[in-house]
Design a protein around this ligand. Structure first.
Ligand SMILES: [Cu+2]
Length: 130
């Protein structure tokens, strides 16, 4: 009897774990790594097709796990990165430093603004959840 109980518990654990994995696959919730570089008082994202563009629009999938790495290549300048409306705030970095943050984007599509809180007018772009 005890043995059956344990087996049932194990079965439930296995079935639940499989469910979670399948749900993640169904949502296409593959994690995404984005490196954002702060240089010459603007942001750029070297991995995007539009890599030459300043403050490019960054598009991610809803419910996706996203890791942002912020690199500061601006001598003598401090920069950070905040996505307004999401609870995303990367630490302040000085030249030559990087910082990282992983978060889950909302499940609803939406448009947000990302910016450097020191230079919000020059370092500002759009972050889209689709
Ligand atoms: Cu800045």
């Amino acid at each position: 009897m005890k043995r059956i109980g344990l087996l049932s518990v194990l079965m439930i654990v296995v079935v639940s774990a499989t469910g979670v994995v399948l749900a993640s696959i169904a949502q296409g919730a593959v994690s995404r790594e984005i490196t954002i570089v702060a240089k010459n008082m603007v942001f750029s994202v070297p991995s995007l097709e539009t890599s030459g563009e300043v403050n490019p629009t960054i598009t991610v999938k809803r419910g996706q796990r996203v890791t942002i790495t912020l690199r500061n290549d601006d001598a003598g300048m401090l920069h950070d990165l905040v996505i307004e409306g999401l609870d995303v705030r990367l630490e302040v970095v000085s030249c030559g430093e990087t910082t990282r943050l992983t978060f889950t984007v909302p499940r609803e599509p939406g448009e947000y603004v990302y910016l450097c809180s020191f230079h919000p007018r020059r370092m500002r772009g759009v972050f889209i959840v689709e």
